[in-house]
Design a protein around this ligand. Structure first.
Ligand SMILES: NC(=O)c1ccc[n+]([C@@H]2O[C@H](COP(=O)([O-])OP(=O)(O)OC[C@H]3O[C@@H](n4cnc5c(N)ncnc54)[C@H](OP(=O)(O)O)[C@@H]3O)[C@@H](O)[C@H]2O)c1
Length: 330
């Protein structure tokens, strides 16, 4: 990169309002779930983060447990913040979460006030930050009263350790309940982080309507189905891909002949639109008015360069949408 960061970055990226809040988020955000842990090459991780910011990706998404080992992705983010991005803190939206198992015993998992408050303190320390921009409850907890979990989010925003509150992977009814509780507390829930891709369309069955109704934004995670909806696996499983890694969450046995047939059909549709498969998949997620941001992962800078170009052709004709539905149903 010649001059860092690119002075044109805010012209080339699009920014969308997050629900009815004052927060603007980039159309594409970068998550640190894979490829930024202690097991990964730090200089490569750093190059991807720098590339993201250079392309106008102002939002980086973390969680306490991202690694492996758990916590190490936040340490990587902390180092890059310190070395490369310290003077840009006010141009960045950094999020973290708690809700999955993080430390032993009864206080390091799920949704108690004890866990959420302690975990955010740990996350801030690992990242060397005074506050995160968004703090999420990572998944619903069937045992802890929702009012306690939401009370903890409200408390953390009021304490200044988080600027905005969010939830992840909550269903439509629980989301509505959480939104009402938080509104009553005076700290609106501004964002929901659900899984959404061509291969996982559950949010279309009610959640997106609730989010629009409640004025919450939506940041869709795994929009590329962990890399399936890219050219990565069209010719086999590359040795450096997520599906080939022992600690990757993408299981190689999900790449079946049937799935490959669908991927090739989608790839043909992408080619007719002069796009790559990844660009098609991202534009497709972003076509939903309720979706604020597609939250992608990346293992190399070139993937980000390719992916942000989805914004050059982000509209679909009815025929194209029907062709995609047909390819997915085959
Ligand atoms: N809230 C939650 O419960 C939850 C759960 C999961 C994820 N998330 C968030 O969502 C973020 C994204 O998840 P994800 O990484 O699974 O998202 P994804 O965007 O669906 O998949 C990312 C992977 O796709 C591959 N890829 C990306 N662009 C590519 C391109 N142009 N060409 C070829 N391959 C490409 C890379 O795989 P290779 O590594 O093989 O190169 C990359 O690591 C996470 O980091 C996290 O922040 C949240």
């Amino acid at each position: 990169m010649d001059s860092f960061p690119d002075p044109q970055r805010y012209e080339t990226m699009q920014y969308h309002r997050c629900g009815r809040s004052g927060l603007m988020l980039p159309a594409l955000a970068l998550g640190l779930w894979h490829n930024f842990g202690g097991v990964d090459d730090f200089e490569q991780a750093r190059a991807v983060l720098r590339q993201g910011f250079d392309l106008g990706i102002t939002h980086f998404d973390l969680a306490n447990n991202y690694g492996p080992p758990p916590g190490s992705a936040e340490e990587t983010m902390g180092r890059v913040l310190k070395w490369d991005l310290a003077s840009y803190r006010d141009e960045l939206i950094i999020s973290s979460k708690a809700g999955w198992a993080m430390w032993p015993g009864p206080y390091g998992d799920w949704g108690s006030r004890k866990y959420l408050v302690a975990s955010l303190d740990q996350s801030l320390k690992r990242m060397g930050l005074e506050y995160v921009d968004i703090y999420y409850h990572h998944r619903p907890d069937p045992e802890t009263p929702l009012a306690e979990t939401m009370g903890a989010l409200d408390h953390l925003v009021r304490s200044g350790k988080a600027l905005y509150a969010g939830i992840s992977s909550y269903g439509p009814d629980l989301t509505r309940e959480a939104a009402h509780l938080m509104r009553d507390l005076g700290t609106p829930l501004v964002i929901h982080q659900p899984s959404y891709s061509m291969f996982n369309r559950g949010v279309e069955e009610g959640l997106l309507d609730v989010l629009a109704d409640e004025g919450m934004g939506c940041i869709a995670f795994c929009p590329l189905a962990q890399g399936l909806l890219t050219s990565r696996y069209l010719q086999g499983i590359p040795a450096d891909s997520r599906a080939a890694k022992a600690h990757g969450f993408l299981q190689a046995d999900t790449i079946t002949e049937d799935r490959l047939r669908v991927l090739h059909a989608l790839n043909d549709i992408a080619a007719r639109r002069d796009q790559t498969l990844a660009q098609l998949a991202l534009a497709w997620v972003l076509r939903q008015p309720a979706v604020t941001t597609a939250l992608i992962g990346a293992s190399r800078p070139e993937q980000l360069q390719e992916n942000v170009r989805c914004l050059r052709n982000a509209t679909f004709s009815a025929d194209e949408l029907a062709a995609i539905d047909q390819a997915l149903a085959a």
